[in-house]
Ligand binder design. Structure first.
Ligand code: ASP
Ligand code: MG
Length: 472
């Protein structure tokens, strides 16, 4: 569709009646000049609350469940009362009640079963987004911008991997044309729930935590939008985490590949899977701040015009390094690696970096700490016989580590850069534990001891001159 703008509002941009009003005014302003499709997240902390109440239900904690459901109901009722004129609030409050009761019904089912089937969790956890879409559409309508709430389960078609589903783009394109295009052509703004979808046969799914960005890019691609604007609470993609480094700079533009590397390596600004659907159609994304809307933000696109070289440094503290090593010639390193990777893929774990040494045929890889237990379980199962017979050394786990990654398209053409980075880190007396540079040469990843992580980030940021230039 020509000139279609897709806008996505995150949890903080939906976090209160006041924030919803501001977000709505950004939608209304653009809806006046051209078609806009909107994707919304749940209000901040609501998804955590929903997941918490289902965990309590599973544990048999009925009082806890009731407490959480009451909090859910109250937050949305209070927001609606604040947001909407009394007359238009009545049907919306009834719908809030219906959605909350529906959630409660599923959560009570979990309580009775003493179990949380992933399917039920996916169905229930999208309640936060449904409530958000309902409120945003109602408010826009009451303020004179035609809008309608749409459940993404009717539009975004996915595989059946509950909790981490992937879109089926062809089917999604068809549905988006059928469901959303007629609305857009009539000048009605669809307010689509982020985060959720459904299988072809209609079973509800979700795309993973923080997946509303991904929802927005799926819809932008499915509708051939001309741009996607992702509204958050920061000015754009930064050269480092501003909580760790003082002189961080907002980047005016980055490439898709850089943004994806930054997201996968811990930058919080975009969900890592967001960019994939947009690349083929070259749809640019803007990361913008709904608390500072006149600031242009960061443009993410196929190419950038500025100088090449390192662009940003990211870090992740909650990671663990897992090491494996053959203990007998009967087990080759390659075979051990193949078996370990099979175990990792069977439990859907994401390997952040992997390095190996030829002499002892040992190798180590970095994963998120929250995945550690699952990964070790799968590795021990896969290698049970080899471990029992001593063909493989006991699996070693090091939690006291952190990852930093330096990202930039042009790094491959900069000889000596890796040396400068390692020197900057060692100047701070920080021990480097592992190093990896992908063959794309877009990222240099360094694993250091956890105590040194922040200092290492600061040192690399300064060494590469990533911060705000100092006036001479
Ligand atoms: N509400 C969902 C979550 O917190 C999706 C999102 O915010 O993007 O994970
Ligand atoms: Mg979010």
């Amino acid at each position: 569709m020509k000139n279609l703008l897709v806008m996505k509002f995150g949890g903080t941009s939906m976090g209160s009646a006041e924030r919803i009003r501001i977000s709505a005014s950004l939608i209304a302003e653009h809806a006046k000049t051209g078609p806009v499709a909107v994707v919304v997240s749940a209000m901040s902390k609501v998804t955590d609350l929903l997941l918490d109440s289902m965990r309590r239900a599973e544990a048999g904690d009925e009082a806890g469940l009731e407490h959480d459901v009451a909090a859910l109901r109250e937050r949305h009722i209070a927001t609606c009362r604040d947001l909407l004129p009394a007359a238009s609030a009545i049907p919306v409050l009834a719908e809030v009640e219906r959605l909350v009761s529906e959630f409660e019904r599923i959560a009570r089912g979990i309580w009775m079963l003493g179990e949380r089937p992933p399917r039920s969790v996916d169905e229930a956890v999208a309640t936060g987004e449904k409530l958000s879409a309902l409120m945003m559409a109602a408010y826009l309508e009451s303020a004179g911008t035609p809008a309608v709430a749409v459940n993404a389960a009717d539009v975004v078609i996915t595989d059946a991997v509950f909790g981490a589903a992937s879109p089926l783009m062809e089917q999604t394109r068809e549905r988006a044309s059928k469901k959303l295009r007629p609305l857009l052509e009539k000048g009605v703004t669809p307010i689509v729930t982020g985060f959720n979808g459904a299988t072809v046969d209609g079973r509800p799914t979700t795309l993973g935590r923080g997946g509303s960005d991904f929802s927005a890019s799926i819809l932008a691609a499915a509708l051939d939008a001309s741009e996607l604007w992702i509204w958050t609470d920061v000015d754009g993609i930064m050269s480092a985490d501003p909580r760790l480094v003082d002189d961080v700079k907002v980047l005016n533009e980055v490439t898709y590949a850089e943004a994806a590397e930054l997201a996968y390596n811990g930058a919080k600004v975009l969900h890592p899977r967001t960019l994939a659907p947009l690349v083929e159609r070259k749809i640019p994304v803007w990361s913008k701040n709904s608390f500072n809307p006149s600031y242009p933000g960061t443009r993410i696109g196929p190419k950038i015009s500025g100088p090449m070289g390192p662009r940003a440094v990211t870090s992740m503290a909650n990671v663990a390094l897992v090491s494996l090593e053959p203990a007998s010639a009967a087990m080759s390193g390659t075979r051990l690696m193949a078996r370990a990777l099979a175990a990792l893929s069977s439990c859907n774990a994401e390997v952040l970096t992997l390095t190996s040494s030829t002499y002892r045929q040992s190798f180590c890889f970095l994963i998120r700490q929250e995945e550690l237990e699952r990964v070790i379980e799968h590795l021990e199962e896969e290698l049970a016989i080899e471990l029992a017979h001593g063909y493989v050394r006991p699996i070693e786990v090091e939690r006291n580590v952190g990852l930093l990654a330096i990202v930039g398209e042009g790094m491959r053409g900069t000889p000596g850069l890796a040396g400068r980075i390692f020197t900057a880190i060692s100047r701070e007396n920080i021990n480097i534990i592992a190093i990896a540079q992908g063959s794309s040469e877009l990222t240099i990843a360094v694993v250091v001891c956890k105590e040194g992580l922040v200092k290492a980030v600061q040192a690399v940021h300064a060494e590469c001159g990533l911060g705000i230039p100092v006036a001479k």
